[in-house]
Design a binder for this molecule. Structure first.
Ligand code: SAH
Length: 373
């Protein structure tokens, strides 16, 4: 008897409704099935997207019976904090979250003068296999649902809005998430539908309501998906992780380049610019003696000069068991200078939170290593 009960119980847990995965219409339908009027859905929606509620108990204008029923049947928040660290400068916070099935993902908050930028994950792990990236080392576990992507933003929106939140960062409160970059774990274009459902929710004025221009999607360059993004009609910024100007070198750093070549990728970006009239960012992580020579800078400058673009030169975050080392400051400056001489705007991205493992995939890896030890 006990065994059967347990089975039913665990079965019921698996089928809990993930509220953050639902649109307002779907939430309304779900509540109608519970015998609730449409305005209840609207109330819950506002608790989620405007007041960043973490529990049903906070939803004080719902009848207690309904709150209890929701606790039994639905999941509000799919994230539990595993590790939460703030950098010494108190301007970067990284959280490792556990998802309901035990997978872990990372989210990073970076506080600048006026901006509060959130770096979010789109997958648990990643299938792209870039040779210098910590996330790649563990492979892909699974896609995140739209709700799991949105939840990372709601968590930090709630943190920023809450004057009591710990651990403290140097913030003027109250404050809000002003920018989002999809530069955490995963390849957003490899989880296209869920990512775009999340982006629509994050930009919908009735939901989170952040301006699309304040959001950047970073991709390793899945060409068909770049063409698809050009048709979306949302002014999300596009960033492309290039890291090398030719197929010989890029094929070694970014394995997906064997399928989608540099020149074809740049042609897709040109189509995207023609269609959207939007400036595209290229990311280029400088690795000493690998992709940082003046010749490669000139080759990159020539290829990018015709495009409405900007190059974000990233000092490499060294990762364990990797042969790649960062380029010196001097060589970095020289690389940037050559790009500018070719008429290509380029800036060096500041590194943030190095000591808290805030580089892509590093905290998750460190946590797995500790568990194994
Ligand atoms: N999959 C997406 C987004 C995730 S990574 C993409 O490839 O764009 C965000 C950026 O960090 C990418 O440009 C990626 O190449 C870069 N990156 C990964 N590992 C890095 C490291 N060790 N040091 C510096 N940048 C790194």
């Amino acid at each position: 008897m006990t065994e059967i009960n347990l089975e039913i119980e665990s079965g019921a847990t698996m089928e809990k409704v993930a509220l953050l995965d639902l649109s307002l219409e779907e939430l309304t339908e779900y509540l109608a099935r519970l015998g609730q009027p449409a305005y209840r859905a609207r109330q819950i929606w506002e608790w989620i997207y405007k007041r960043y509620a973490r529990s049903f108990d906070e939803m004080s204008n719902l009848p207690k019976v309904l709150r209890e029923q929701l606790k039994d049947e639905a999941i509000l928040y799919p994230l539990t904090i595993v590790t939460q660290i703030v950098s010494q400068a108190r301007d970067t916070q990284k959280v490792l979250f556990r998802l309901p099935d035990g997978q872990t993902i990372e989210t990073v908050l970076m506080v600048y003068d006026k901006r509060r930028t959130l770096c979010i994950s789109s997958q648990a792990g990643c299938a792209m296999g870039c040779t210098f990236c910590a996330t790649a080392q563990g492979g892909l576990a699974r896609n995140l649902s739209a709700g799991e992507i949105v939840a990372q933003v709601l968590f930090f929106a709630g943190f920023l809005a809450d004057p009591e939140a710990e651990p403290q960062m140097d913030l003027e409160r109250p404050t809000a998430v002003t920018n989002i970059v999809l530069m955490g774990m995963g390849e957003p274009m490899h989880n296209y539908d869920n990512v775009w459902t999340a982006l629509r929710r994050l930009t919908d004025g009735d939901a989170f309501g952040l301006g699309a221009r304040n959001i950047t999607l970073s991709t390793v360059g899945l060409i068909p998906m770049i063409d698809r993004m050009a048709e979306e009609g949302l002014q999300i910024n596009l960033a492309v992780s290039l890291h090398a100007p030719n197929d010989d070198l890029r094929g070694q750093l970014v394995p997906i380049n064997r399928r989608w070549k540099v020149d074809d990728l740049l042609a897709a970006v040109a189509r995207y610019i023609e269609k959207t009239h939007r400036r595209v960012t290229f990311e280029y992580a400088l690795m000493r003696g690998v992709n940082d020579s003046p010749e490669l800078a000139a080759e990159l400058g020539e290829k990018l000069a015709p495009l409405l673009c900007h190059v974000n030169v990233i000092p490499l975050n060294p990762i364990p068991d990797s042969p790649f080392q960062p380029t010196s400051d001097e060589d970095t400056e020289r690389f940037v200078q050559i790009l500018r001489e070719h008429g290509v705007p380029a800036t060096v991205r500041l590194r943030r939170g190095i000591e808290i493992n805030a580089g892509c995939g590093q905290l998750r890896q460190a946590s797995a290593a500790r568990r194994a030890a």
